[in-house]
Design a protein around this ligand. Structure first.
Ligand code: NDP
Length: 288
């Protein structure tokens, strides 16, 4: 069957995330200690509170220790840096995550750079960025690494294939490109200054959208039979109702692509699972 006569195969996130969590729990159980993640959050931003609650709960579910340090919004940068210093030297702590965004009075870059790179399970420290681009072991940002796991889970080969990533953020687009290059893909990174974007995206065997614009990728931008990964999570407010979560990819792309990740229920569940995977991997490396 070809893409033209069958709707795209749905690459569901939950089974892939469960496989990653199972693997993480097995690896954690092989360690002579229980891996621990420290999660730092400032203020009461509802999205941050809910993300941190989710990460903490999943960590415990996977048999990890998790401690949440919920600090007031007015915490000074010096106090936050002091806490990070303590966590860096605490031998029981294997991974440290500072929930972003931080309040405006705090310099995010200074804080992220203060985390011990070996415990930086978000993979944002410049040392880890360098490790990724030199293809040496280190912590890699969770969302793009989760995408790689999802593709492997569904048997989608990237080596030798043409991949286009739309987006060049430090959290998704850039590390996604680095991982794909390391996995022997031929990679193009597109962004808001790319000329004739549809011509570029139509070259892709695998198209990864990390744009942050609802239904941005339309069928005319997709090569028939391509695999499309939708990283976008766009909240669309509706009066009197819960907001809808829409991906970056228009649903009609399912008529052109051979496989497509849904939103919600695609890449989203991979991110938290990968955070725990990163914590266990960090613990394994710290032990050796
Ligand atoms: P950013 O806003 O940091 O980056 C968006 C990128 O898209 C930029 O590189 C920007 O280009 C590019 N872009 C914007 N408009 C266009 C356009 N018209 N044409 C081509 N490129 C464009 O977002 P993030 O990378 O942080 O996140 C992307 C999406 O992924 C968001 O929806 C976010 O919510 C979601 N996300 C989902 C996660 C998950 O767990 N599933 C985790 C993290 C993010 P330029 O650099 O030129 O400005």
């Amino acid at each position: 069957m070809t893409a033209a006569d069958a709707p795209a195969r749905v690459l569901a996130g939950p089974p892939a995330a469960q496989a990653l969590l199972d693997d993480t729990a097995r690896r954690a159980a092989r360690l002579p200690f229980t891996p621990e993640i420290a999660i730092v959050r400032l203020g009461e931003d509802p999205a941050s509170v809910s993300y941190v609650r989710g990460k903490d709960a999943k960590a415990k579910e996977a048999g990890l220790n998790s401690t949440v340090h919920a600090l007031p919004d007015a915490t000074t940068e010096a106090d936050l840096l002091a806490l990070i210093g303590q966590l860096n030297t605490d031998p029981a702590v294997n991974g440290i995550l500072v929930q972003l965004p931080l309040p405006a009075h705090i310099n995010e870059e200074r804080v992220l750079n203060a985390i011990d790179p070996d415990k930086d399970v978000d993979g944002f420290h410049p040392m880890n960025v360098g490790r990724l681009w030199t293809n040496t072991p280190g912590n890699v940002p969770c969302t793009p690494q989760g995408v790689m796991f999802l593709l492997r889970h569904y048997g989608i080969e990237v080596a030798g294939r043409r991949v286009v990533v739309i987006g060049r953020s430090n959290i998704v687009g850039r590390p996604m490109a680095g991982l794909l290059v390391n996995a022997h893909a031929t990679v193009t990174v597109a962004h808001s200054r790319t000329q004739d974007l549809p011509a570029v995206t139509r070259e892709a065997d695998i198209l990864i959208a990390a744009v942050g614009r609802a239904h941005f990728v339309t069928p005319d931008m997709v090569k028939p039979g391509a695999v499309v990964v939708d990283v976008g999570i766009n909240r669309v407010e509706r009066p009197g109702k819960k907001p809808r979560l829409l991906g970056d990819v228009h649903p009609d792309v399912a008529g052109v692509a051979s496989a497509l990740t849904p939103v919600p229920g695609g890449v989203g569940p991979m991110t938290i699972a990968q955070l725990l995977g990163n914590t266990v991997a960090a613990a394994e490396r710290q032990r050796t």
